[in-house]
Design a protein around this ligand. Sequence first.
Ligand SMILES: Cc1cc2nc3c(=O)[nH]c(=O)nc-3n(C[C@H](O)[C@H](O)[C@H](O)COP(=O)(O)OP(=O)(O)OC[C@H]3O[C@@H](n4cnc5c(N)ncnc54)[C@H](O)[C@@H]3O)c2cc1C
Length: 392
Amino acid sequence: MEAADFIVIGAGIAGASVGYELSLGGKVVVLEMESSAGYHSTGRSAAVMSENYGPALWSRLVTSSRGFLETPPDGFTDVPLITPRGALFLARKEEQAQLFNQADELLRRGASIKVTTAEEALRYCPVLRASEFVSALYEPDCKDIDTNALLAGYLKGLRVRGGHFVPDAKVESLAHSGGVWTVTTPRGVFEAPVIVNAAGGWVQQIAALAGLSYRNVIPFRRTAVVFDPPAGSEIHTWPMTFDVAETFYFKPEAGRIMVSPVDMAPSDPCDAQADELEVAIAIDRIHRYTTMEVQRVTHKWGGLRTFAPDHEPVIGRDPEQPSFIWLAGQGGNGVMAGAAAARLAASFALNAPIPADIAALGITAEKVSPGRACVIDPAADAPVVGTIEAFE
Ligand SMILES: Cc1cc2nc3c(=O)[nH]c(=O)nc-3n(C[C@H](O)[C@H](O)[C@H](O)COP(=O)(O)OP(=O)(O)OC[C@H]3O[C@@H](n4cnc5c(N)ncnc54)[C@H](O)[C@@H]3O)c2cc1C
């Protein structure tokens, strides 16, 4: 039996980052069912950071994470965690109001942006079929994230601070008695007064093992496809390009182009695979919205993105068991917003105030609570969609 102050379940970006933060406050054990960290969602992302991506509270956590990614602590990494990419958001006529709202919100948060015509956006991405769109928002400070370096930095920091990362340690049972959690895995038994549930697509299963109520935080599959770019094109300067309606995005990826049809199919937690129909849709979107021709798919993959009904963070103490902390519902923001989300989750585990910079963005314990309206309504026998007030 190994005793600790905190047990973190899952070693994706969520578990590794909160393990790192908590290891300043006590002994941390991070348990991972796979033989290496980051095998599931974290290793399958598009690896970008955009302050214009995701729902309101998640995108604010991206803003709070920027400083860490730009200037990580000494010794965290030998390589830059982020490198320039830029992002382009394209709007059709009927999506222009949404684009302008996004621009206003970004300006309020101090992000630098440029709103331009679709025609002028060809300057950033020359293969667009500009006639399909009317206007564009360019976000120069969107970055590529070196996810491997970020994950490795967190796990190295955890180790340096006395924490213990345990792979091949699938949590099989969880029991709470006398103020202590006992966690059983094939790698042994672990005990701690506080658990952090950072199990990505599996967070509901972990809560069920702990005997806690269903919170409706569930995974959805997304497909990614990689193909060779047009011969001779200087793709490395192209931005990550989205449409505001969220029907596709594409970006340069190690000398090739990655595209996603931004599919969102409910899934069981699993080793997600690319969906063949979605691969075809991705290729069709490239042909429709750009002048590129997909001749050969070189690589494709599937990954899980886990959401609460309102798509906002599920971070905080379980309402039935305050020593069980959720760090979940990251959707498409888990890597880019992970640094701030980890500090937020750690504040709940440590019974400390929410970090001031995060609170200043209007994030309160109530707004991200696992106890907000995300439970199954027994009367209706259907999920109740949570409501988060718009950020004033
Ligand atoms: C195609 C795609 C593109 C994306 N693009 C971006 C992007 O550009 N930027 C961005 O920020 N985000 C992006 N995301 C989202 C991002 O990948 C996720 O939000 C993030 O990785 C979630 O991290 P996590 O640690 O919660 O989950 P995971 O990485 O899945 O980690 C959870 C871990 O828990 C472990 N686990 C589960 N059950 C148990 C158990 N019983 N015992 C022990 N361990 C267990 C799992 O093995 C897993 O390693 C993308 C996702 C996809 C699929």
